[in-house]
Design a protein around this ligand. Structure first.
Ligand code: ADP
Ligand code: MG
Length: 600
């Protein structure tokens, strides 16, 4: 049987590991390096693409033929993502984003597959055997489309993807179960090149459970790199070494500046100031300036400010105070920055755990998960959570939640639904994701129809079951319990939900909580009013002639009042009108009862 490897397919850097004699080991490449930059260079054909450190070096010389941060585009659609990845973007509006490079168009997963291909080859050389199976990690916030695309990337690289694992979960696994007491809770703080994740996990009875997760797949070291680049560009302009036109037109200059910026940022994690030099930047003159750690920290404080909010929200989602945490684990290269460590210490009121190498923890965890799957590691089970609620549309445009947000996955939940209209033959199952009350404010993941036995109103029984599998992919099952007819749909083409959109959804759901509640109350009252009016009309048909004239008139008047407030939009007046009508129809109800009991 071939080995299963664990892979951290990062925005900036990727790593691969495997179990050796019961220990997770990261594989080094031919240069002895374990960190592979997730960069692919496309030389003029017929040479094949270059991956990793060599590609990164070529990026300065041929920026337009070199792709980086492709993870920011994986599983995304044109028009949704503006990420800079080096080369030009292509693709039809609404269709998947493509990259125009190396004389053809590439899907992001095809480029990721090239990175995975190099990792596979490095692992094969290190192990001396063929590698065809892998566990690959993704940010906890990756949606269905992004997970599916990552899975395809693995397949394209010739790897059977045994599991898509959330990065914070992998990091927690690497941290080690044995070091934690029973029922210990830990926070995993992951700030990488392009993504930020904060997850709270609990260990109980040998099981890791993710209590909550918060994040942003577009917040990371890259954003700080851009600030430092800006700082250099302003310096270049002030020294008269470059102007806007040159900056816009000179890709090589931009790449050189980017390199200097990243280098300065890294060195400032260890020293207090660095010289930033660009020799002969305009052919004859050179650029040289000193950047201090204090200046860098001023930029970083602004860039990373949103991190605080994410942390506080994850804690509140998990209903935890910082002092209830057993440990805070740092993951991601950016957490080497002293300012980031201070921020973490301040937010959580404690020093973070730095026993793990922050760049390697995720890959080690993926490797341990591979070990669990192949049976060489025992006694650990991992559970993840779903970041947004999932449900279906019900009568009146309301969302009915089936799996609430932050539910542990894999999970399965179901509910029974019925028909709103007598004789209905089809039930439309409209699958939704989001935190708002009304369907129109949530995201549609897709819809399908289930045919069922026509029956009187509210007599049909249709069970709808949602199942999220271990990879975070949603399967929906709808079944007519009378006939056993069922339909099973895998939500393969989930709406592409960016984490910013997830953020906005959560914010909106708080901001609009009252409006939403009112709207839901009104919609429900409106549906009830329809039922009430129909019942009164039926009663009038049967026994209206027996009412006193003033009783009949009062009922007619109150029916109009109900109709009017049902068109108005506020639930209070409508409910009042319904109560009044209900009251006024007491004599009618009594007559109907008498009628039903028959002549005495
Ligand atoms: P990803 O998960 O996005 O692939 P990594 O965990 O490898 O990212 O982190 C990459 C980020 O960490 C980059 O922004 C990189 O510049 C930054 N980084 C790496 N080492 C250091 C350091 N010593 N000081 C500051 N930032 C660092
Ligand atoms: Mg990472």
């Amino acid at each position: 049987m071939s080995a299963i490897v664990g892979i951290d397919l990062g925005t900036t850097n990727s790593l691969v590991g495997c179990m050796e004699a019961g220990f997770p080991i990261l594989c080094a490449d031919a240069d002895g390096e374990r960190l592979t930059p997730s960069v692919v260079h496309f030389p003029a054909s017929p040479a094949s693409p270059v991956v990793g450190r060599a590609a990164q070096r070529l990026r300065a010389l041929a920026p337009e033929a070199t792709v980086f941060s492709v993870k920011r585009l994986i599983g995304r659609r044109v028009g949704e993502e503006e990420a800079e990845v080096g080369c030009a973007l292509a693709g039809r509006p609404g269709g998947p984003v493509k990259l125009a490079v190396g004389g053809r168009e590439w899907l992001p997963e095809e480029v990721s597959a090239l990175v995975l291909g190099k990792l596979k080859a490095d692992a094969e050389r290190a192990l001396g055997c063929e590698v065809s199976r892998a566990v690959i990690t993704v940010p906890a916030y990756f949606n269905d489309a992004q997970r599916q695309a990552t899975l395809r990337a693995g397949e394209l690289a010739g790897l059977k993807v045994e599991r898509i694992l959330n990065e914070p979960t992998a990091a927690a696994l690497a941290y080690g179960v044995d070091r934690l007491g029973e029922r210990a809770k830990i926070a995993v703080f992951d700030l990488g090149g392009g993504t930020f994740d904060l997850s709270v996990l609990e260990l109980s009875a040998g099981v890791f459970q993710v209590l909550s997760t918060q994040g942003n797949t577009r917040l990371g070291g890259d954003d700080l790199d851009r600030r430092v680049e800006q700082w250099i560009v302003e310096g270049l302009k002030a020294d008269g070494l470059a102007d806007d036109a040159r900056w816009a037109g000179d890709g090589e200059l931009r790449a050189r500046v980017r390199e200097r910026a990243v280098e300065a940022k890294h060195r400032l994690s260890a020293v207090e100031e660095v010289g930033v030099e660009l020799p002969f930047v305009d052919g004859t003159r050179s650029f040289s300036r000193v950047l201090s750690r204090a200046e860098l920290e001023a930029m970083a404080a602004r860039v990373f400010e949103p991190v605080r909010e994410h942390c506080l929200r994850a804690l509140s989602d998990a209903r935890l105070r910082p002092d209830e945490l057993g440990a805070v684990i740092l993951v991601g290269g950016m957490t080497r920055m002293p300012l980031v460590r201070r921020m973490v210490a301040e937010i959580f009121g404690r020093e973070a755990d730095t026993s793990q190498n922050p760049d390697e923890a995720v890959a080690l965890g993926a490797t341990l998960q591979a070990g669990i799957l192949s049976g060489s590691v025992r006694n650990v089970v991992l559970l993840d959570v779903t970041p947004l609620s999932l449900g279906i549309e019900t009568f009146g445009g309301l969302m009915n939640v089936i799996i609430p947000r932050n539910s542990t996955i894999p999970t399965k939940a179901g509910e029974m639904f019925t028909n709103a209209v007598a004789g209905q033959r089809l039930m439309r199952i409209h699958v939704l994701q989001g935190e708002r009350e009304m369907v129109r404010d949530n995201w549609s993941l897709g819809q399908f129809d289930l045919e069922f036995e026509p029956s009187p109103k509210a007599q049909a029984r249709v069970g709808v079951q949602f199942e999220i599998d271990a990879n975070g992919i949603l399967h929906v099952l709808a079944r007519d319990t009378k006939t056993g007819r069922e339909q099973r749909v895998q939500m393969a083409s989930a709406v592409d939900v960016s984490d910013e959109a997830v953020e906005k959804m959560l914010e909106d759901s708080l901001e609009h909580a009252f409006e939403d509640m009112n709207e839901r109350a009104f919609t429900e009252a409106q549906m009830k009013s329809r039922d009430l009016l129909a019942a009164v009309r039926l009663g009038l048909e049967k026994a209206g002639a027996l009412l006193r004239e003033d009783e009949g008139e009062r009922i007619a008047q109150l029916m109009r009042a109900v109709e009017e407030s049902a068109g108005a939009g506020a639930s209070g007046p409508l409910k009042k009108a319904m109560a009044a009508l209900d009251d006024a129809t007491q004599p009618l109800a009594a007559l109907l009862v008498e009628q039903a009991m028959g002549p005495r």
